[in-house]
Ligand binder design. Structure first.
Ligand SMILES: [Fe+2]
Ligand SMILES: [Fe+2]
Length: 423
């Protein structure tokens, strides 16, 4: 996890991108024009001439850079609270040396009881959280460097990092882009990847694994020390409230990473330059590696119910983590009798992508990433994040929007206007 220096940063707006966004003809020339004196050295050093992204490619890369910055922001919060600490190092000698995009060390594992809740999902959870975070830092930084090397404007979101940090002791009080305390978590990816006949690209919809997470607002991190409750009567020593927060995080990890798993192949269909295609094809599967890990771990959640009342920041929401292995649909109000068909949709160890229909039912089922429809893929991915409550609180002091979501919508629109062009 060596530091990779960010060569430079620029605040840019969509307008400046639209004005300067075409870099197809001569990246170095364009770079000098757009970025003045700051760029040429980097451009010549990094750009090996292998890629000549056009305007659409740049729009897609900028949108991905923005989303990777958002991923990095939320994963950092998870790592600070639930990453490894000396006390939770479970195996091996690899040291925790997470550094942020500016090369500053990130302290992890600040909420031992939250970690205790995560350990129910897997004893390696803190390490996996740290490494997912490190991966997102690298995605953000590398895409910035790549855009800069092509003479394109990078996206600077940090001016919008005004949301509060968790107040758990030790968490740095820095502004955040994402809000992990009022999430409405869509867990329909669970049944989407277990279905043997349905595909969202064929118009199908899917039931949630954890229906109660899909309504109300749930915190996935301890907001204050009050959310961290010990309970000696539990084997884990962790109180039900804290356990529910950890399980919410466990499912949110899967929700985030399945989104990346679909977004990269969806957008790759509309890039033009082979090197940009290589970039997307090389990052995307790492999101899928994350997703596969998280959906396996989420299935280890035990049956609990918690209502979030009486704590600072409480939303009143109730969450229930059901038994997904009993052949009972957790979306049904009636319990019914166990059904093998229901088991196919919910059983926790069915984590390999079940073959399903793709493109045309006459071709038969196939194990695939789903969805991969490219039309409006960027706007769809962004809308999913907005609907989840991840950006709640982006307001100015006067109560108006701070422009963050609007800016992201502009980036998504630009990305969805990109069309594959063969020269
Ligand atoms: Fe990523
Ligand atoms: Fe990711």
């Amino acid at each position: 996890m060596k530091k990779h220096d960010i060569p430079f940063t620029r605040n840019t707006s969509r307008r400046s991108f639209l004005k300067h966004g075409t870099v197809a003809a001569g990246a170095a020339t364009m770079g000098a024009g757009v970025l003045g004196k700051a760029l040429p050295a980097l451009s010549q050093e990094v750009d090996d001439g292998g890629g000549k992204p056009n305007r659409g490619d740049i729009a897609i890369l900028r949108f991905l850079q923005a989303l990777e910055t958002i991923e990095a922001d939320l994963w950092r919060q998870y790592a600070e609270l639930g990453g490894p600490s000396v006390a939770t190092q479970t195996q091996g000698l690899s040291t925790n040396d997470l550094k942020d995009q500016n090369g500053n060390r990130v302290t992890t594992g600040l909420a031992p009881l939250y970690i205790g809740g995560l350990l129910i999902l897997d004893t390696d959870m803190p390490q996996y959280i740290l490494d997912n975070t490190d991966d997102e830092f690298s995605h953000e930084t590398w895409l910035k460097n790549y855009l800069a090397s092509k003479g394109a404007d990078i996206v600077e979101l940090h001016k919008f990092a005004n949301l509060p940090s968790s107040q758990v002791t030790g968490v740095p009080n820095i502004g955040r882009l994402t809000n992990l305390t009022q999430l409405t978590v869509d867990t329909s990816w669970w049944t989407r990847y277990r279905s043997d006949s349905k595909n969202p690209d064929l118009g199908d919809s899917f039931e949630n694994a954890i229906p109660s997470l899909a309504t109300g607002q749930h915190t996935a991190i301890p907001r204050t020390n009050a959310d961290l409750i010990a309970d000696p009567n539990q084997n884990s020593g962790v109180g039900t409230h804290t356990q529910a927060i950890a399980f919410t995080a466990g499912f949110h990890f899967g929700t985030i990473e399945q989104g990346g798993s679909s977004l990269y192949p969806s957008l790759a269909q509309r890039v033009s330059d082979p090197e940009v295609l290589r970039v997307l094809l090389s990052i995307g599967p790492t999101e899928t590696m994350h997703f596969q890990t998280w959906q396996d771990k989420a299935g280890n959640a035990t049956q609990i119910t918690d209502t979030d009342t009486g704590f600072p920041g409480s939303t009143g929401a109730t969450v229930t983590f059901p038994n997904l292995n009993g052949g009972i649909n957790p979306n049904s109000s009636s319990q019914g009798s166990p059904d093998p068909g229901v088991a196919d949709e919910f059983q926790t160890n069915l984590i390999m992508p079940e073959p399903t229909f793709f493109l045309n039912q006459r071709l038969g089922p196939i194990s695939i990433i789903r969805p991969t429809e490219t039309r409006d893929a960027a706007k769809g991915a962004l809308q999913g994040l907005i609907d989840s409550g991840l950006f709640l609180g982006h307001k100015t002091k006067s109560g108006k929007s701070d422009g963050f979501v609007e800016f992201l919508r502009d980036l998504a629109e630009d990305a969805d206007e990109a069309r594959r062009q063969l020269s």
